[in-house]
Design a binder for this molecule. Structure first.
Ligand code: SF4
Ligand code: SF4
Length: 361
C-alpha cells in the first residue's frame, strides 16, 4: 500500500506542526533527524518499514492508582524492579542500530524515578527523541525546565476528561486535573513539545467530557493523542468499553474540526499510519521482556538474554503483527484480537509467553 492510498488524509494544521518540529530537529539533533529521514524513506515501501519507537518502562512504581491502569497487573511481580544502567545502555545501543529515533519513558510514573537524570544520560538524547509520559502531578514549572535541561524533548500528559471532577474521580486524586493542565502549560513554557494523551471508550466517546477535552487541546494548541480502550490491566477481559467501527469512523471524522487529534493508526506526513506494534514499535518492561505494545501483554522474548533485533524478527513471523493493520490490534476487532489478545484474558500469569500466544511457535 502506498502512502497516497492510505485511509487518512493528514490535516494541514497537523502537517504544519510536525514540519516545524522536524525543522527544529534537523538543527538541534542531526543524528535523530537522520534516522527519521531513513525511516520515512523506508515507509515508501511497506516491505521495508522500519522501527521508530521504543516504549520503555524502566519501573512501574507510581504515585497514583487509576481506575484504568494498564500496568497495574505487573506491579506485584515487577513493582520495584529496574534494569541496571549498563543494561539500559545496551538496549539503547541495539535500538539505535535498528533505526529507532524515539525513546518513550513510561511507567508507572517516570517523574518518581530518582535516577531519571542518569537514565536519560545513559539513553543519550543526542541520538533519540526522549519523551516522558506522566500524570502531571509532579510536573511543576521548575521540573519542566529541568526536563528540558537534561534533554527530554516531549511530554505526554494523561488527561481523562475535560471536566476536572470526572478526571479527578478516575484518577482518585482531587486536584489532579488542574495539575495536569498546569503540567502542559509548564512544559510548553520550558520549550518542550507537549501533548495530551487520553483513552476513549465506546461509552465516553460521545460524552461532554471528551468534547471538552477536544476543545481544551485546541485552546492549548497541543495534540490530543487518543488511545482506544483495550481489555488489559484493570480492564482485563472487559469488552463492553471497546470502540466499534462506527466509533472509529467518528474519530476519523473529528479530524476535520480537530486537526490535532491523533491516533497511532492515523497517517502523519510521509508515513502510512496503521498499527505500529512490532513493525514500528516495541514495549520493554523492567524484567527485560519485549512486548508488541503497551496493551498487548505477550512477551516476544527477553532483551537481557537475546538481541532486540532477533526478538523483533520473531514478532514479524506472526502474520497479524507483520502485515499492515488499519485498526488497533489491541482494542479493535480483527483476527489478531480474536486469536491472540483473548488468550491473555485467562493466562495464569502475564506477560503471556509467545509460544502460548501464537499458533506457529
Ligand atoms: S498514573 Fe498511569 S501508571 Fe500511574 S496508576 Fe495511573 S494509569 Fe497507572
Ligand atoms: S495495538 Fe493499538 S495501541 Fe498498540 S501500537 Fe497498535 S494501534 Fe497502538
Amino acid at each position: 500500500m502506498k502512502i497516497e492510498d492510505s485511509q487518512n488524509d493528514v490535516p494541514d494544521a497537523l502537517t504544519r506542526k510536525i514540519e516545524d518540529s522536524r525543522r527544529r530537529l534537523r538543527a538541534e539533533r542531526p543524528r535523530v533527524y537522520e534516522k527519521l529521514m531513513q525511516y520515512l524513506e523506508a515507509e515508501q515501501d511497506p516491505a521495508r518499514r522500519g522501527m521508530s519507537l521504543i516504549d520503555f518502562a524502566y519501573g512501574f512504581d507510581c504515585n497514583f492508582s487509576c481506575e484504568h491502569c494498564c500496568t497495574d497487573i505487573f506491579k506485584a511481580e515487577f513493582g520495584h524492579r529496574r534494569m541496571s544502567l549498563e543494561q539500559v545502555k545496551r538496549v539503547a545501543d541495539e535500538a539505535d542500530a535498528l533505526g529507532v529515533f524515539v525513546f518513550s519513558l513510561i511507567g508507572g510514573e517516570p517523574l518518581v524515578w530518582t535516577d531519571l537524570d542518569d537514565l536519560v544520560r545513559t539513553i543519550d538524547p543526542s541520538r533519540f527523541h526522549v519523551s516522558v509520559t506522566t500524570n502531571g502531578w509532579l510536573l511543576t514549572a521548575e521540573c519542566a525546565r529541568h526536563l528540558a535541561s537534561i534533554g527530554i524533548s516531549k511530554v505526554n500528559v494523561s488527561i481523562d476528561s475535560g471536566f476536572p471532577a470526572e478526571h479527578d474521580a478516575f484518577r482518585g486524586r482531587n486536584g489532579s486535573h488542574a495539575r495536569a493542565i498546569a503540567a502542559v502549560s509548564h512544559s510548553l513554557a520550558a520549550g518542550l513539545n507537549a501533548q495530551i494523551s487520553t483513552v476513549v471508550t465506546h461509552q465516553n466517546l460521545h460524552s461532554e467530557g471528551f468534547q471538552r477535552l477536544l476543545d481544551l487541546s485546541k485552546e492549548l494548541d497541543v495534540c490530543l493523542d487518543v488511545q482506544v480502550a483495550t481489555p488489559v490491566g484493570k480492564w482485563l477481559g472487559k469488552l463492553d468499553g471497546l470502540v466499534d467501527a462506527a466509533d472509529a469512523q467518528h474519530l476519523r471524522d473529528l479530524r476535520a474540526r480537530y486537526p490535532l487529534l491523533r491516533r497511532d493508526v492515523f497517517s502523519t506526513p510521509g508515513a502510512l499510519g496503521g498499527c505500529p506494534a512490532v513493525t514500528g514499535s516495541l514495549y520493554i518492561i523492567p524484567s527485560g521482556d519485549v512486548l508488541p505494545c503497551l496493551f498487548i501483554h505477550i512477551s516476544l522474548g527477553n532483551v537481557l538474554r537475546e538481541p532486540l533485533a532477533e526478538i523483533r524478527e520473531r514478532g514479524l513471523r506472526v502474520p497479524e503483527l507483520r502485515d499492515y493493520s488499519s485498526v488497533c490490534l489491541a482494542g479493535e476487532q480483527c483476527a489478531f484480537f480474536s486469536k491472540c489478545m483473548t488468550k491473555t484474558f485467562s493466562a495464569a500469569s502475564l506477560p503471556l509467553n509467545y509460544q502460548d500466544a501464537f499458533d506457529r511457535f
